[in-house]
Design a protein around this ligand. Structure first.
Ligand code: GRF
Length: 190
């Protein structure tokens, strides 16, 4: 059984779609949820699904030692970032080479990098009158949004689409594709 941990800082709707997708899966198990926000709704979702979860403060997360301890304790092989807003410390990128995945709500390399997260991304896409947006799933290295792209999908935008409408269109794609891409990628690594 390949055990995965999901890191999330917020609501965790992607985390929940991944949890639901892998329920009863023959070879992949969501074994741990990690958040850097004590009140993050994702931790409530973990409880609802009886999945072990841990809150690690931003300060403790920085060195990577404490989170690494937890990952080892739960025999984690892959880390899935789903709305996680901290840079991944070198300790983890070195211990989990090509085994950390992230989802970004835009078509990287556009609209990526520092400060480009959540609503900021969709506001920037809106401000630039883009005719399309989409989402990107990539491997994570020290440079964060610059890891190898595993999957991208586009969505057409209407001139009347507000940042919220753009966000909703992109999130729908994330929920649909992230679990499938995780499944395919882990299968390709066996
Ligand atoms: C998603 O838009 C994802 O692309 C970005 O953060 C958001 C997470 O949303 N990384 P949720 O917490 O999964 O609902």
């Amino acid at each position: 059984m390949k055990k995965i941990a999901i890191f999330a800082s917020g609501g965790g709707s992607n985390a929940e779609s991944i949890i639901n997708y892998f329920k009863g899966h023959s070879s992949i198990d969501v074994s741990l949820i990690v958040s850097n926000k004590e009140k993050a709704f994702v931790l409530k979702r973990a409880k609802k699904h009886n999945i072990p979860s841990v809150y690690i403060s931003n300060k403790d997360f920085k060195s990577g030692e404490l989170v690494l301890e937890k990952l080892i304790e739960h025999d984690i092989e892959y880390i899935i970032l789903a709305g996680f807003l901290l840079l991944i410390p070198r300790t983890l990128t070195q211990k989990f080479p090509n085994r950390i995945l992230n989802i970004h709500p835009a078509l990287l390399p556009n609209y990526g990098g520092k400060g480009m997260y959540g609503q900021h991304v969709h506001q920037a896409v809106f401000n630039n009158f883009e005719k399309e947006s989409g989402m990107t799933i990539h491997l994570v290295n020290e440079k964060y949004d610059e890891g190898k792209i595993l999957f991208q999908v586009k969505v057409d935008l209407k001139v009347t689409d507000t940042p919220d409408v753009i966000a909703a269109k992109v999130l729908k794609l994330e929920h649909k594709h992230y679990p499938e891409v995780i499944n395919d990628y882990l299968k390709s690594q066996s």
